[in-house]
Write a new protein. Structure first.
Length: 474
């Protein structure tokens, strides 16, 4: 489908690290940076997700000429970016996390911006779209008169989904759906003198349907789903699937994009809204916006990217040169050929017989085995400064020497969730005596129909035991 996204782009930066000490200058934690990830936010996130779904996407926006804009252009690979003249710096939101815990966010360049200019190409992309998503983040693109006129003309022939912002512009009349979240809906109603509590979200939604003169209003409520308001039907409660979410960032963007696609395919408002809520839940289960970030920047060049094994490719008809640098193509090719992708993970420091048995058992369950391997820095955070004993490069080489291992992908986080979201294995294998459904990865895999399997754990064979024995000998 040919989709045009109109809206404001932001640069989102995630700084992930560990903290084991306080600063001598003040009682604050010292964060040892493990990785830095950058991704397109705002309308850029909507465009990125739709492009990854296989749609032809044009992004009508404004881009500056600074370093942040350069990062955005790289992050928007695969999207046709049509930008007006740069009138303001790139708004950048930097989040610092220790492990999985958010610590602080820094906002740069987020002051109010002047209304950006438009070009003929931008207006033509709106006129030629089969569906349109307006992702208003209050940076002025929706206040451009020519763009508003183009959208007003488009609503008569294609579905237009408008995701509003408190600091943004009013939706043009007649759009297919406006998608405020509950807090935004209540605030808009209150600003107009209508008092409504969170339990009275229906009152706010009905008010906004009349105020905006849209065909529908979908008030999103996080894990509680959404409320759909249309002029000719009673309010409809759309539940959300139960999802274990650590970071809800990007859910609204995923929902708005999916809603436009489903409406463009001819579904009615209720059907499209239900599908969009399901898509947003699945998106969060797969890691959300963080899973779409560029490959991390790390201090050690040896850990800057995944280690990819180039054997066993005759199974899927690939050559060495066919593999993408991120090591994900093997999994995609196996799935495309009808095969089963199996993955497992761990530190694999001092490879021993217990590891070999687990890996062999895992490989027997499918057509390829991909090992998600903790980087050196990740091992240090998990096991202590005395580990790993063997470097990531050597650990990967030893794993790849095993006939049962088809590929190794290095990851720098404390958990392999982002890695798994890229590989999307059919089966995730762990050694242990616990129930597969109790594994923390179980809910993530369920998002794409995968499952977790456990194989017997061999307690007499462990890296920690070997390390202790070596320490005594030395």
């Amino acid at each position: 489908m040919r989709i045009t996204v109109v809206g404001d782009v932001l640069l989102d930066v995630d700084i992930n690290g560990s903290a084991t000490r306080l600063s001598p200058d003040a009682p604050v934690p010292v964060v040892d940076v493990g990785e830095i990830r950058r991704r397109a936010g705002g309308a850029g996130l909507v465009a990125t997700v739709l492009a990854r779904d296989g749609h032809s996407v044009s992004l009508v926006t404004a881009l500056s000429d600074d370093d942040g804009a350069n990062h955005l252009r790289r992050a928007l690979s695969g999207v046709s970016v049509l930008a007006g003249a740069p009138l303001a710096p790139t708004p950048t939101k930097t989040r610092v996390r220790i492990g999985t815990h958010p610590m602080v966010r820094f906002d740069e360049g987020c002051a109010p911006a002047p209304v950006p200019l438009s070009t003929g190409e931008m207006l033509a992309a709106i006129a030629s779209a089969e569906a349109i998503v307006v992702a208003d983040y209050g940076r002025g693109i929706t206040a451009n008169t020519d763009i508003r006129v183009a959208i007003a003309e488009a609503v008569r022939r294609v579905p237009v989904v408008w995701d509003p912002h408190p600091a943004g512009s009013e939706p043009v009349e007649g759009v297919a759906v406006v998608t405020p979240n509950l807090a935004e809906a209540l605030a808009a109603a209150k600003a107009a003198g209508l008092e409504a509590t969170p339990t009275e979200g229906g009152k706010a939604g009905a008010f906004l349907l009349e105020k905006w003169q849209s065909k529908a209003v979908l008030v999103t409520r996080g894990e509680d789903g959404a409320l759909l308001f249309t002029a000719d039907t009673a309010v409809q409660d759309i539940p959300a699937p139960s999802t274990n979410v650590s970071d809800p960032c990007g859910a609204g963007d995923r929902l708005a994009g999916s809603l436009a696609v489903h409406l463009g395919r001819g579904l009615d408002h209720a059907q499209a809204a239900a599908r969009a809520v399901e898509d947003a839940s699945a998106f969060l289960a797969q890691g959300g916006a963080a899973a779409l970030a560029d490959p991390p920047e790390v201090g050690d060049a040896a850990e800057a990217g995944p280690v990819v094994e180039l054997k066993g490719l005759e199974l899927v008809g690939l050559q060495d040169s066919d593999l993408d640098p991120d090591g994900i193509q093997l999994a995609k090719a196996v799935r495309a050929s009808g095969g089963t992708v199996v993955a497992t993970g761990g530190c694999f420091d001092l490879l021993h017989a217990g590891h070999a048995r687990t890996l062999a058992a895992a490989r027997s369950m499918g057509d390829c085995l991909i090992v998600c391997l903790n980087s050196d820095e990740s091992v240090r955070r998990l096991k202590g400064m005395h580990r790993p004993i063997v470097s990531a490069e050597d650990r990967a080489e030893l794993l790849l020497a095993l006939e049962c291992v088809d590929a190794v992908v290095l990851f720098g986080e404390d958990t392999p969730e982002s890695c798994l979201a890229e590989i999307r294995p059919d089966i995730w294998v762990k050694g242990g005596d616990y129930a597969p459904e109790d594994l923390p990865e179980a809910r993530l895999l369920a998002g794409w129909g995968g499952r977790c399997v456990t194989v017997p754990f061999h307690p007499a064979r462990s890296t920690s035991g070997l390390a202790a024995a070596l320490a005594k000998v030395s």
